[in-house]
Ligand binder design. Structure first.
Ligand code: 5GP
Ligand code: MG
Length: 185
């Protein structure tokens, strides 16, 4: 097990790069089989999904397209409060099989919001592929068709996931090491 320190907190390896690649290969195999004749449009949600989607795409053998979207969060000027606007959709989604690519699904709030906005853009056939899924935190009923790795409700970094901006470049996935963080006085 190796450790890294990010913003003063210790993280230890949880999922190795080799385990990630195996899980990504399994998801790619399912997608290759399921969506062979659908010419799907993959919409990768930035920033966190960039490593997952790069590895996934290299393992896909079917005809497909890829584009990138982002959820821009800002305070609204009306009584609506916080607005989560989906940016980056330039494609016509009508009649397409759209696959959202996420780094991690926790409560499901983000994915639900993205789904609703894609429907506003005319998408009807929407599927979800995620690198990581936390079933214990998930409070939605939206089915997640493709999950690479199911994880417990811990805070993870690496392989695209960050801790306050850092750690996205790590090839393995790390978990916060609570024991190492206990300050002995
Ligand atoms: P949800 O809306 O499903 O609750 O959360 C989704 C977002 O929360 C993810 O896209 C990610 O930005 C963040 N998130 C949830 N769990 C983790 C985690 O364990 N590590 C990191 N780095 N981000 C997480
Ligand atoms: Mg995300």
């Amino acid at each position: 097990m190796s450790k890294v320190i990010i913003h003063g907190h210790t993280f230890k390896t949880k999922i190795s790069a080799a385990q990630i690649q195996k899980a990504v290969t399994d998801v790619a195999r399912q997608i290759n089989a399921d969506l062979k004749d659908k010419k799907p449009l993959f919409l990768a949600v930035l920033n966190g999904s960039f490593m997952f989607v790069a590895d996934l795409m290299k393992k896909l053998t079917i005809e497909c397209e890829i584009s990138f979207i982002k959820v821009a969060s800002y305070e609204g000027t009306t009584s609506k409060g916080k607005i989560n606007e989906l940016i980056g959709i330039n494609e016509d989604l009508k009649g397409r099989t759209v696959v959202i690519i996420e780094d991690i699904i926790d409560t499901g709030n983000t994915i639900e919001n993205i789904m609703e906005q894609l429907k506003d853009h005319g998408a009807v056939d929407i599927k979800i592929a995620t690198l990581l899924f936390k079933p214990d935190a998930y409070i939605k009923t939206i089915p997640i068709e493709y999950t690479a790795i199911v994880v417990p409700n811990d805070f993870l970094v690496g392989y695209g996931l960050d801790y306050n901006g850092l750690g996205r470049n790590l090839a393995d996935i790390y978990v916060l090491d609570y024991n190492a963080d206990v300050i002995v006085k």
